[in-house]
Design a protein around this ligand. Structure first.
Ligand SMILES: [Zn+2]
Length: 202
């Protein structure tokens, strides 16, 4: 993207600021924002007060299949897909807005976000490269993130068939947030509808 015009550059800086606030990694910033690496690092330090963390982007689809991650990922991807269909904005802005909407919904349900921005972005790439798909649960009819090319018929989602440990795993491996309430399918559906009706698109 050209950064030669002043307005174009302002737009790039605004994009970078949004992404840094959401927790985007440096690799992502470099891929999506037309500013030099040096400027991105400087911006990052100014906003966060620390250097950007090093480390690779996630590369496996397995994380999205664990039950709690799958609930959050499915909720996010349903929102993202709706916004992508109904908005003519650039993809990166659709991603930013859907992710903010996800955070709002999680906050409204007094839960902790499980899907960080990097995971959300990586998931969208997995969908784009046909490694993930949405499968429809044959019991609740909700659409959930699943491995691509899995059999679609007879699919039962993680909410309709939670693992037995789901209710009690407290703070064990889930370092992120101690006790986490899991919204039922009904409330996720309502939340997505409310968010989409409620003008999440502007
Ligand atoms: Zn289900």
């Amino acid at each position: 993207m050209s950064t030669k015009s002043v307005l174009g550059e302002v737009r790039e800086v605004q994009l970078a600021i949004q992404l840094i606030h959401l927790g985007a990694r440096l690799q992502f910033l470099e891929a999506e924002v037309g500013l030099s690496r040096e400027r991105l690092i400087r911006l990052y330090k100014e906003i966060k007060g620390v250097s950007p963390p090093k480390g690779l982007l996630p590369f496996s689809t397995d994380w999205y299949m664990t039950w709690l991650a799958n609930i959050h990922s499915s909720m996010f991807y349903n929102m993202y897909q709706f916004m992508k269909t109904h908005s003519d904005e650039e993809k990166v802005w659709v991603l930013i807005k859907s992710y903010k909407l996800y955070l709002q919904q999680i906050e409204a349900q007094e839960s902790e976000p499980i899907l960080d921005f990097t995971r959300a972005y990586t998931m969208v790439r997995f969908f784009d490269s046909d490694m993930l798909q949405l499968s429809t649960c044959c019991r609740c009819a909700g659409q959930f993130v699943a491995h691509a090319h899995d059999h679609k018929s007879g699919y039962v989602c993680v909410l309709c068939r939670p693992p037995s440990r789901a209710g009690k795993a407290r703070g064990s491996k889930r370092a992120a947030g101690g006790e986490i309430s899991v919204p039922g399918m009904e409330s996720i559906g309502l939340a997505v509808e409310a968010a989409l009706d409620g003008g999440g698109l502007h």
